[in-house]
Design a protein around this ligand. Structure first.
Ligand code: FAD
Length: 421
């Protein structure tokens, strides 16, 4: 019997993780990614318009761990723990540490590009070692897909070649502007809520500091997420393995528009982020970065259901794009894939007469599930994931006020001082 075939649109963080899971479970896997291969020398360092680094939490790591210990330890090896927030006062001198947990728990900073490379490498390895067929095609954009016939049409952006493919399951992992989500709406009744917030973001690099002996070091304490909360806007910074920090300025559109010249920007940074200005390397450096780097929109998408019959499902930002203030967008996307895998495994176990909730799942295969069994898993998936991700989006909207304003309140600072004692 031919194994089931999954067609995955999008080879970003969530699409590549999904590919690894389906390959592990014995499926024939086809992943189509619109960008060129990010691991190719010519494309290394090319700027994805999303963040350079992000925070991976227990939620995301759990999904990586379920894939297997080797992948987990590789991912862990490229993370940097952040044990709390480091609040930078407007005086440019005072710092307040606010631990995330009294028990020493932490979140992790990780490079988006490195994580994507690692997952794509894992996917390639599955293709080489397992007998199942794994194909990852770059430069191919999803033009359209039909969830009723389980067909998809991709177009190679370099050669113009059109690829028509048919599978047993279509997975839309094509991000916030998802084509798959729109096509799901053509197949079934999907409720969608999309809202832009009035704030945008701009990334700025804080290079490592150079010591007198020419060695390098982090410019700030590297085991914290740094925040400059300024009421209606904020600057944050996450550490990178190369000892730089990726800083992100979140501000209302009107504030971005008010900073028209390098002089405007210098005055703004001198007033609100005096210590950061110095750490960035001065007014000229910051102006070069600020005016060259894109200003990204921020919006959220809530939608339900996420699936159509046993034929297709949307995951990650395609299903629930969020504002980034709770640092759970990718983490939630990873949880989607873990949940989907658990539900498919549950069906496989039921079909084998095994108890669904017991035993080690690592060797269970799901590639022989019938359309009805896949549908049973997807119904359960749509029962939980839209609700969970909508809650995460609400928490993220709330946490923006927390980060840019509340952490600065005296009562808040006192609480952390008391907890420290
Ligand atoms: P994407 O990362 O967008 O990947 C989608 C992929 O599909 C891309 O590779 C794209 O090229 C490809 N694609 C798009 N359209 C097509 C098409 N038509 N055909 C084929 N391929 C296509 N999340 C966290 O968990 N922690 C954080 O700290 C965090 N920080 C963030 C900071 C910022 C500033 C932003 C904007 C987001 C942040 N997020 C964070 C959210 C996180 O970036 C997303 O949730 C995550 O990238 C979603 O992964 P994805 O694979 O679903 O989508």
């Amino acid at each position: 019997m031919e194994p089931n075939k999954v067609i995955i649109a999008g080879g970003g963080l969530v699409g590549s993780l999904a590919g690894c899971y389906f390959a592990k479970r014995g499926w024939t896997v086809e992943v189509y990614e619109k960008r060129p291969d990010p691991r190719a020398e010519a494309n290394k360092g090319s700027r994805n318009h999303k963040s350079i680094n992000l925070a991976i939490s227990a939620r995301g790591l759990s999904a990586v761990e379920r894939l297997g210990p080797a992948t987990y330890s590789k991912v862990k090896s490229i993370t940097l723990p952040m044990y709390g927030r480091m609040i930078h006062d407007i005086d440019g001198k005072t710092l307040h540490g606010q631990a995330y947990s009294a028990k020493g728990e932490y979140i992790n900073s990780i490079d988006r590009g490195l994580l994507n490379h690692l997952l794509l490498d894992q996917l390639d390895d599955h293709g080489k070692t397992a007998r199942n067929n794994v194909k990852v095609v770059f430069d191919c954009i999803l033009d359209t897909c039909d969830f009723k016939t389980k067909t998809a049409r991709f177009r190679n952006q370099v050669t113009g070649e059109v690829i028509e493919t048919k599978g047993d399951l279509i997975v839309g992992a094509d991000g916030a502007y998802s084509v798959a989500r729109r096509r799901l709406q053509s197949a079934t009744r999907v409720n969608i809520e999309l809202k832009y917030i009035d704030h945008l973001y701009c990334e700025l690099e804080m290079k490592p500091k150079i010591r007198s002996d020419n060695s390098t070091d982090f410019a700030m304490q590297m085991d914290h997420l740094h925040i400059w909360p300024r009421g209606t806007f904020m600057l944050i910074a996450l550490p990178n393995l190369d000892k730089s920090f990726t800083c992100t300025l979140f501000m209302p559109l009107a504030t971005f528009e008010s900073l028209k010249t390098p002089e405007d920007l210098s005055a703004f940074f001198r007033k609100y982020f005096p210590d950061a200005l110095e750490l960035f390397g001065g007014e000229e450096t910051i102006a070069q970065e600020y005016f060259a780097n894109p200003k990204g929109d921020l919006f959220y998408v809530k939608c339900s259901p996420h699936h159509y019959k046993g034929n297709g499902v949307i995951v990650g930002d395609a299903a629930h794009c969020t504002v980034p203030f709770y640092a759970q967008g990718m983490n939630c996307g990873f949880e989607d894939i873990e949940t989907l895998d658990r539900l498919l495994v549950e069906q496989a176990k039921i079909s084998q007469g095994k108890a669904a909730e017991t035993g080690d799942d690592s060797d269970i295969k799901t590639h022989n599930l019938t359309p009805e069994q896949i549908e049973a898993a997807l119904i359960k998936y749509s029962d939980c994931r839209p609700r969970d991700s909508a809650s995460m989006i609400d928490l993220a909207l709330h946490n923006y006020v927390e980060m840019r304003n509340n952490v600065n309140k005296l009562s808040y600072k006192l609480r952390f001082m008391i907890e420290k004692k």
